[in-house]
Design a protein around this ligand. Structure first.
Ligand SMILES: *Cc1c(COP(=O)(O)O)cnc(C)c1O
Length: 421
C-alpha cells in the first residue's frame, strides 16, 4: 500500500464495484461539491433508484386505491415477501427464518417476549458494556417487567480496565461465575462504538452449552459483515435497514428466528393479524394460528412506502453480492487503517480490532485531548463522520459507495485539522 493519491486512484480503477458509487446521491456543500460521506453506520445514502421504487407505489395507490393490495404491480398484501429472499442472503439465513417488520427496538422486545423466559433462579441477561443505549433500556425494562432489578439481573461484559475491546475469555468467565443464572446473552455485532465484531459462533456455543438463549443485534452487522446466522445457530437476531442497508431514515427493521423455533407452540409471543395464517387472515373469526415461519411474529400490515425503499436497496445488494462487497470492504478499511497509521500521530489511536475478521468496515478513532470541536472542524472540511463522547470519531467507509480516493482524502483532511489544533 502507498500513501499517495495516485495509488488510491489506481485502486479505484481496479475495483470491480467502483460503478456502484454512481447509483447513490451524495450530499453536497454550498459550492456544490460532494461531501466525503463516512456515516453509513448511522444513515446510509439514498440510492438514486429509491425515488422510482417509492413513486411506483404512490402511482399504484393513486390508480387502484384499496385494490392495490392485490392489483398493484407489486401487490401490497404479500409485499414483505418480495424482500425476504434477498434479506436472508445478506444475513446468511434461510428465507423462512427472516422477516422485515417494525423497527429494531420493537423487534428486540418481541424477541425477548419469546426468548427471554426467566425463572426465579435463571433470569440474568448479559450484554456488552458499550451496548447501544436502546438495547440496554429494552433489556432493563424486560428485567423489570418480569420483577427483577437491573442492578441484580443485568450483567455487563466489560473490556479489561483501561481497554476498549471485550475479550471472549472474560465472557466465558462471566458464564462460569453466573452458571445456571443466565437466561439470555444479547450481544451487538459489530459493536456500534468500538467497531469490534464478536465471534458469533463461539458466543452462541458458549451460551447454549449453559442453556442460555443467544440473540444478536446486527444494527451494525447487516450489510456490513457476513453473520451467517443460520450456521451460527443464534436463537434470534434483529437489525435495522437504514444504516448499511440504505433504506432511509427510520425505515423498518429485520428479524431472524432460527428454524428450530419456528414451529414451536410452547413459545409465548405477542401477536397480531399479520402473523396469522394467510389463508384465513381475512375471515376475521378464527383463533390465532401463526404462520409457521418468521412471518408468524408479524403484528401489523406494514408500511409499503418504506418497504419499497428497502426493495430498491436490496436489489443493489443482490446485484453486487455480499461476498464481493465484503472483499472490497476489507481492502478499503485496511487502506484507511494504513493511512491513519502513517500519520504517525501519537494522539491518534484506532480502538477497533486490527484483524479484519474482528471488525466490519468501521474504524473508531480515538483522539487524545480532543473534544467535539475536532468533529466540527472535520465537518467544515467537508467530511461527514460521526462523533461519540468523549473522544471518538467513527468512520465507516462502505464498499458500495465509498472509494479509495475518499479514504485518502479523509485522512488528508484529518491530518490538516489535527495540524491546526
Ligand atoms: C442504530 C441502533 C439501534 C436503533 O434502534 P431503532 O429502534 O431502529 O431506533 C438499536 N441498537 C443498535 C445496536 C443500533 O446500532
Amino acid at each position: 500500500m502507498e500513501n499517495s493519491l495516485s495509488y488510491a486512484q489506481e485502486q479505484d480503477t481496479l475495483d470491480p464495484l467502483r460503478s456502484y458509487r454512481e447509483r447513490f446521491l451524495f450530499p453536497k456543500n454550498e459550492q456544490g461539491d460532494p461531501l466525503l460521506y463516512f456515516c453509513g453506520n448511522s444513515l446510509g445514502l439514498q440510492p438514486k433508484s429509491t425515488r422510482e421504487y417509492v413513486s411506483k407505489e404512490l402511482e399504484d395507490w393513486a390508480k387502484y386505491g384499496v385494490e392495490g393490495h392485490t392489483d398493484a404491480r407489486h401487490p401490497w398484501m404479500p409485499y414483505h415477501e418480495f424482500l425476504t429472499e434477498q434479506m436472508a442472503q445478506i444475513v446468511g439465513a434461510k428465507p423462512e427464518e427472516v422477516i422485515i417488520m417494525n423497527t429494531l427496538s420493537v423487534n428486540l422486545h418481541l424477541m425477548m417476549v419469546s426468548f427471554y423466559r426467566p425463572t426465579s433462579q435463571c433470569y440474568k441477561i448479559i450484554i456488552e458494556r458499550d451496548a447501544f443505549p436502546s438495547d440496554k433500556y429494552a433489556v432493563e425494562s424486560q428485567l423489570q417487567f418480569h420483577g427483577h432489578s437491573p442492578e441484580d439481573g443485568l450483567i455487563l461484559w466489560e473490556p479489561p480496565e483501561g481497554e476498549e475491546l471485550c475479550r471472549f475469555e472474560d465472557l466465558e468467565e462471566l458464564m462460569k461465575t453466573h452458571a445456571d443464572e443466565v437466561a439470555l446473552l444479547l450481544i451487538g455485532s459489530t459493536n456500534y462504538y468500538s467497531g469490534q465484531a464478536f465471534p458469533l459462533k463461539k458466543i452462541t456455543s458458549l451460551g447454549h452449552a449453559q442453556g442460555a438463549m443467544v440473540g444478536f443485534d446486527l444494527a451494525h452487522g447487516a450489510g456490513n459483515i457476513q453473520p451467517d446466522l443460520h450456521e451460527v445457530g443464534a436463537d434470534f437476531a434483529i437489525w435495522c435497514t437504514y444504516k448499511y442497508l440504505n433504506s432511509g431514515p427510520g425505515s423498518l427493521g429485520g428479524c431472524f428466528i432460527h428454524e428450530r423455533h419456528l414451529a414451536r407452540t410452547d413459545l409465548p409471543r405477542f401477536t397480531g393479524w399479520w402473523g396469522h395464517d394467510k389463508s384465513t387472515r381475512f375471515n376475521m373469526r378464527h383463533d390465532f394460528k401463526p404462520i409457521p415461519t418468521a412471518e408468524g411474529w408479524q403484528l401489523s400490515n406494514p408500511p409499503i412506502l418504506s418497504m419499497a425503499a428497502i426493495r430498491a436497496s436490496l436489489d443493489i445488494f443482490a446485484e453486487a453480492g455480499m461476498e464481493a462487497l465484503r472483499k472490497k470492504s476489507v481492502q478499503l478499511t485496511g487502506y484507511l487503517e494504513f493511512l491513519l497509521n502513517s500519520l504517525n500521530n501519537q494522539h491518534v489511536t484506532i480502538i477497533t480490532p486490527r484483524q479484519p475478521e474482528a471488525r466490519g468496515c468501521q474504524l473508531s478513532i480515538q483522539v487524545q485531548d480532543a473534544n467535539r470541536s475536532l468533529h466540527e472542524q472535520l465537518t467544515d472540511a467537508g467530511v461527514i463522520s460521526d462523533w461519540r463522547e468523549p473522544d471518538v470519531i467513527r468512520v465507516a467507509p462502505t464498499p458500495l459507495y465509498n472509494s479509495f480516493v475518499d479514504v485518502f482524502q479523509f485522512v488528508d483532511r484529518l491530518k490538516k485539522v489535527l495540524h491546526e489544533r
